[in-house]
Design a protein around this ligand. Structure first.
Ligand code: AKG
Length: 203
């Protein structure tokens, strides 16, 4: 569900969000309910989830979510180096499906496991020089709010959506240069959620 946005284009079940200087497409039912339930179960069981820590305010703090990094190349974000683990069959299957839908090719995937509503991801852009602009984001499990805000144009309202079980969000073009995004905490009781962002590390 897209809250305060008009649909400006439809391609293969995708709605393009009305965001200047961005190319963002959302398909709420990219996977069927049965497929989504099965992928959620497989990923919960098969992925080597880790509790990473980051240094903030002079302290080592646990990230408010579990993470895992798979693919051909390692990746550094928030000062954390993620050594790649070899692709699991289930991840290669998902990679093929999102590549066919987006027209992009990916060589790695970051997985996030949000155990409850207090797990979250703060405002950021995936704009590292080592990343190609196209990112494909799959959501499985408890539905969570997600928001974009323009990095400099304060006249533009934030764009909010609910990321549904089995949905696919494509962030392409100049999106990361001009917009930040976040997955805020919620006080609602909420089922665990898995997010996969397929990415391309260049160089
Ligand atoms: O869990 C989400 O939907 C957000 C993930 C995200 O922003 C990221 O991995 O950069």
């Amino acid at each position: 569900m897209v809250e305060n946005n008009s649909m400006i284009k439809d391609k293969q079940g995708f709605t393009q969000l009305n965001m200047p200087e961005a190319e963002v497409y959302y398909a709420p039912h990219f996977f069927t309910k049965a497929e989504s339930d099965l992928y959620l179960q497989r990923l919960t069981e098969e992925v080597a989830w880790q509790q990473e820590e980051i240094r903030m305010f002079g302290k080592q703090l646990p990230l408010p979510r579990l993470t895992a990094w798979y693919g051909d190349k390692g990746y550094t974000y928030s000062g954390l180096y993620n050594a790649p683990q070899p692709w699991l069959p289930v991840l290669l299957e998902l990679k093929e499906k999102v590549e066919a839908a987006s027209g992009d090719k990916y060589n790695s995937v970051l997985l996030n496991y949000y155990r409850h509503g207090q797990d979250s991801m703060g405002w950021h852009a995936d704009d590292e020089k080592s990343l190609a602009p196209g990112i494909a984001s799959i959501s499985l499990g408890g539905e969570r709010g997600f928001a974009f805000r323009h990095r400099t144009r304060k006249d533009l309202p934030p764009v909010k959506l609910t990321l549904q079980h089995g949905s696919l969000l494509l962030m392409q073009g100049a999106t990361q240069q001009h917009w930040h995004h976040q997955l805020p905490k919620t006080s609602r009781p909420i089922a665990p959620r898995i997010n996969l962002t397929f990415r391309t590390i260049v160089g």
